[in-house]
Design a protein around this ligand. Structure first.
Ligand SMILES: Cc1cc2nc3c(=O)[nH]c(=O)nc-3n(C[C@H](O)[C@H](O)[C@H](O)COP(=O)(O)OP(=O)(O)OC[C@H]3O[C@@H](n4cnc5c(N)ncnc54)[C@H](O)[C@@H]3O)c2cc1C
Length: 385
């Protein structure tokens, strides 16, 4: 853990005790029942978490990226789904804060920061996820409105969230394609938007992930983010850079939780006359798990500190996301092995960690994509031309 200021420590302690006291005791039961955690969301609002990256002028706390990562680490230690409710909401806040017009910020940031209305980001489509430039959703200007047509898929917070960041093509023929892409902030309520089914998932339950259908959905022209067409792809990509730090921190939190279950269990379970933690093969697992968790921590907080200094950190954030989420997936499986049959049972939270972890490898830019981003940056930095 980096050395923390008093303010950072206070936030870390507050979120940690919220997770210990309120989240961990109910997380597995609610996750198995796929029950939406309204009460916990109210408590998160009271803690100010929905305004974490919103400037104080609009009612947020505008924390640094280190604190941002700590909050996600702690939430995911308790329950990944809860971190999911916050994650894309804060991407929307980030994009709006950086690129929104004054009027857009004044109108939306205060209510988003308070959590009075929550946000979702609608980028992916049935036929375009990693390759976002091939989306087919369009936004056609008609008078003082845009008409949005198309379909989005995998949209977290789409049912309970009320404000959407929509990525669409204002010029579907533009080449390169991203120069014809624009981002909009839209409120539910106008006709032409249908929230489809909640997609049934392996894990990451409780937080809903839905399909969205747009048919001549009207968005006022003043809701074009930044007021200029053709910049939406850049806006979204910038927002996703911060998201990589939050997804990496979620991986760290989840891996820590799985490790703690495993090391506790290993000191209680006896086989062949000794505690399983005395078997060398279990010790090797514990050592490898803890080492990878510590390495994840260092990568994440180093990327966060770099971003806090205002330096470009897509390489570091990509490395942190890649390593920490692969660690989460591997450590949750190792924890399951250490718990033996109990690891596979719903009586212990390890099966939940194991089901939740793969999302982190896919979401926030797949880890295959992270490797490409990392390699591209490395080649640029080490160019021999
Ligand atoms: C639970 C959940 C929640 C989500 N929430 C949201 C959300 O809130 N908003 C949103 O917009 N999206 C969301 N997504 C979508 C998510 O961002 C995409 O699933 C992800 O970007 C991958 O896109 P895809 O599923 O279309 O896979 P594809 O893009 O079809 O990729 C399939 C496979 O090919 C690989 N691949 C693709 N291109 C390359 C390449 N050039 N080189 C090497 N490998 C490649 C990928 O890494 C992957 O392994 C969510 C997804 C899930 C599962």
């Amino acid at each position: 853990m980096p050395s923390l200021s008093d303010e950072q420590q206070l936030i870390a302690n507050t979120v940690r005790s919220f997770v210990d006291r309120e989240v961990i005791p109910v997380a597995s039961r609610m996750e198995h029942d796929d029950e939406y955690p309204h009460q916990l969301v109210e408590q998160m609002k009271a803690l100010g978490l929905f305004g974490l990256n919103v400037p104080e002028a609009w009612g947020g706390s505008d924390v640094d990226y280190t604190t941002f990562a700590i909050v996600f680490e702690e939430l995911a230690r308790g329950w990944l789904g809860l971190a999911g409710i916050l994650g894309t909401h804060l991407v929307l806040c980030d994009v709006l804060t950086r690129f929104g017009t004054q009027e857009q910020k004044d109108r939306y940031l205060p209510v988003l920061a308070a959590g009075g209305r929550r946000g979702a980001i609608a980028l992916s489509e049935p036929n375009a996820g990693t390759d976002l430039q091939s989306i087919t959703t369009t936004a056609r200007r008609e008078g003082d409105h845009y008409l949005i047509n198309g379909a989005k898929m995998w949209i977290t917070n789409a049912r309970h969230g009320e404000i959407l960041l929509i990525l669409a093509k204002t010029d579907p023929h533009a080449r390169p394609a991203h120069t014809g892409m624009s981002a909009f902030i839209a409120e539910k309520g106008e006709p032409g938007l249908v929230v489809g089914r909640d997609i049934e998932k392996l894990g990451y339950k409780t937080v809903e992930t839905c399909e969205l259908y747009f048919e001549n959905f009207r968005v006022p022209a003043e809701n074009l983010i930044g007021g200029v067409e053709g910049r939406g792809f850049k806006h979204v990509m910038t927002g996703l850079e911060a998201e990589r730090i939050n997804v990496a921190a979620r991986g760290l939190g989840l891996a820590r939780a799985a490790f703690l279950e495993a090391i506790r269990y290993a000191q209680q379970r006896t086989t062949f006359g000794k505690l399983i933690c005395e078997h060398q093969s279990i010790q090797i697992k514990l050592a490898e798990m803890a080492t990878r968790i510590e390495a994840s921590r260092l990568l994440i907080y180093s990327a966060a500190e770099k971003k806090d200094r205002g330096e470009r950190c897509d390489l570091e954030a990509g490395m942190a996301k890649l390593f920490a989420t692969e660690t989460a997936a591997d450590v949750s499986l190792e924890a399951m092995r250490i718990l033996g049959g109990n690891g596979y049972s719903k009586d212990y939270p390890v099966e939940r960690f194991y089901r939740d972890a793969p999302l982190l490898v896919i979401g926030g830019g797949t880890n295959e994509l992270q490797r490409l981003i990392i390699a591209r940056q490395l080649l640029a930095r080490h160019s021999i031309d």
